[in-house]
Design a protein. Structure first.
Length: 138
């Protein structure tokens, strides 16, 4: 998982996927494209862009687009997500929470639209003491 086992080539591939998907970002309101590439532990990459809506709060972020694509294909465990924006913006709270459900130790890499990495951290660092499935008795 994560830091030691992910090669530079693998990160490069995720960066390319995240940048490529920004071309599909539906952003008539913010003009702020976001691309995400989420890798499941079996190596499959799921990309996602932000999809805005005239009813603004109905907008879905790139990270959650990638996540729901992956989960709806049967994936439940992820090791890394790469997120690209103009200014290497960090995932919003809702995205952090939704990712935490599946992979609290996810590696999170933030980069700009040229692929320049500005942050390489973990979801548990971005969402300390997060509320996860373990908190709920089965
Ligand atoms: N956005 C994302 O896609 N991911 C984030 O984590 C932060 C915000 C999108 C939502 C909206 O389309 C635009 O960026 C401005 O908020």
């Amino acid at each position: 998982m994560g830091l030691s086992t992910t090669s530079d080539a693998a990160i490069e591939q995720l960066l390319e996927a995240a940048i490529a998907v920004t071309q599909h970002a539906y952003i008539p309101y913010s003009h702020y494209p976001v691309g995400a590439a989420l890798r499941a532990v079996d190596g499959t990459i799921y990309s996602g862009c932000n999809v805005e809506n005239a009813a603004y709060p109905a907008t879905i972020c790139a990270e959650r687009t990638a996540l729901v694509k992956a989960v709806s294909e049967g994936q439940r465990e992820f090791d890394v997500i790469v997120v690209v924006t103009k200014n290497a913006g960090s995932p919003c709270g809702t995205c952090r929470q939704m990712l935490y459900e599946f992979s609290p130790n996810l590696r999170v890499i933030l980069a700009d639209l040229d692929g320049k990495i500005s942050s390489d951290t973990t979801l548990s660092a971005l969402l300390p003491d997060g509320f996860g499935p373990d908190r709920l008795p089965r």
